[in-house]
Design a protein around this ligand. Structure first.
Ligand code: GLN
Length: 452
């Protein structure tokens, strides 16, 4: 049914870069056969999933939304992919995204944009717009995304879906094509909080292949989603993540959601995290710095396309590399490589990268202080509803501002969950975001399920 739905709707939506009908059907049939034989199978065995194209899948093309990786078929599975397969989830295919996960609208994909199923003239958010649109368009019941500065939560908000960025280190990064290694984290995109919890438990857990992977038990997120009890829970509204710059409707739906939580017995207070004001600036130094270093591996020798420079008979390796990177990388990727190499260059390192790291510490301290006062923090996920395609393409700063509320969690490594908070007067979904202390992901599922 999901493959049919993809066939019927994906010309209009373009959520998928690659569909693996045969592979998905074979896995689904295997789950059926095993269940019929009375084998013990995972509850999600046979439930299809869509996977963001930044996560490697053995034998299936993986491009990270970039032309530079066109035609690359990874020889190995990411740990996330391995775990999906081990639990018996059929992988429907790979979803579209901003190139190397840089963007907030999926318009920076090297393969054309994804459209929002609520209004195909609008963007689905980004960078994981494909995963969110696939879920919202009923092409897939479950999807996996990655979130470096909001790329799971913001598209979830813009498509009326649930999206979770787990605690940094909660889900293995092995086999994720790295954007910014100290910020990247994979997580679920679904239509309900309980679905997200079920998928979270499939992909999470310690992995020796990722040196930043947390040792210790996976938070009991499914139990928490079933509990859905906020009686006496202290919820802190972050003063700095709302108000000015937020669409009036987004703020109105947010206030209504808080009233519902109070009605269910939660205590809602305001807290201040003064350093959050500088989070966006720090992120847009740290992220390009790490990205410029991570993207050095695309050297025309090891992966993807190789372009010969025009009019050169016997090109050097460096000329081939330059021609390949020129043709294979899009404008946003080039912009960030230049920013990152500049911020890291000698003479500027302390002023830019060094200062940004100090701000990062202040942000982590703000979270610590806030979590001494409250159990979870809350804010709107994104300042606006989905905007029309092309609206912010010529204005990188306007695009970056989309992430103002989601970025602090990545800088501090804490988990975040976005869920729908009702429609704005333009008929488009809004999102509300909860944040919890590191390794307390279950709190998000408890409060999310209570509000749902
Ligand atoms: N939109 C943010 C950026 O462009 C976040 C990206 C992400 O989370 N992958 O960097």
């Amino acid at each position: 049914a999901h493959l049919d739905r993809i066939g019927a709707t994906d010309d209009a939506i373009h959520a998928f870069l690659h569909v693996d009908a045969d592979g998905a059907l074979a896995t689904a049939r295997e789950a059926d056969t095993r269940r019929a034989a009375g084998d013990e199978v995972h509850p999600l065995a046979g439930v299809p999933v869509a996977v963001k194209d930044v996560i490697t899948t053995k034998g299936l093309p993986t491009t990270a939304g970039s032309r530079i990786l066109e035609g690359w078929v990874p020889p190995y599975d990411a740990t996330v992919t391995k775990r999906l397969k081990a639990a018996g989830l059929p992988i429907l295919g790979k979803t579209n995204m901003d190139e190397f996960a840089m963007g907030s609208s999926t318009e920076h994909s090297g393969y054309g944009p994804t459209r929002n199923p609520w209004d195909t003239a609008r963007i689905p958010g980004g960078s994981g717009g494909g995963s969110a649109a696939a879920v919202a368009a009923f092409q897939a019941p479950l999807a996996v995304g990655t979130d470096t500065g909001g790329s799971i939560r913001q598209p979830a908000a813009m498509t009326g879906s649930v999206g979770v960025k787990p605690t940094y280190g909660g889900v293995s990064r092995y086999g994720l094509i790295a954007l910014a290694s100290s910020l990247d984290q994979a997580g679920p995109v679904t239509r309900s909080v309980l679905d997200a919890a079920l998928l979270h438990e499939v992909i999470a857990g310690h992995d020796p292949c990722d040196s930043t992977s947390i040792e210790g038990p996976v938070p009991a997120v499914v139990d928490a989603a079933r509990r859905a009890d906020v009686q006496g829970l202290r919820i802190g509204v972050v003063r700095e993540l709302g108000g000015e710059g937020f669409q009036a409707d987004v703020s109105a739906r947010f206030t209504e959601a808080l009233a519902l939580l109070e009605g269910a017995g939660a205590e809602v207070v305001e807290v201040s995290c003064p350093s959050f004001e500088h989070a966006l600036a720090a992120y847009y130094l740290i992220l390009p710095s790490e990205a410029s270093s991570n993207l050095a591996r695309f050297d025309a020798m090891r992966y993807g396309i190789r372009v010969r420079p025009d009019g050169v008979d016997d090109p050097s390796a460096e000329q081939v590399m330059a021609a390949t990177r020129d043709a294979g990388f899009g404008d946003e990727v080039k912009r960030r490589i230049i920013l990152g190499t500049y911020a890291l260059s000698s003479g500027y390192y302390d002023a830019y990268y060094g200062s940004a790291q100090k701000v990062r510490t202040l942000i982590a301290r703000d979270f610590e202080t806030a979590f001494q006062q409250v159990d979870v923090l809350v804010s709107p996920t994104s300042p606006t509803t989905a905007f029309p395609l092309g609206d912010k393409l010529d204005d990188p700063l306007a695009m970056y501002l989309q992430d103002v509320a989601t970025i602090p969690a990545n800088l501090a490594g804490v988990p975040g969950l976005s869920l729908p908070s009702g429609l704005a007067s333009d008929g488009l979904p809004t999102g509300i975001q909860f944040l919890a202390p590191a390794m307390a992901d279950e709190r998000l599922y408890n409060v999310g399920a209570a509000l749902e």
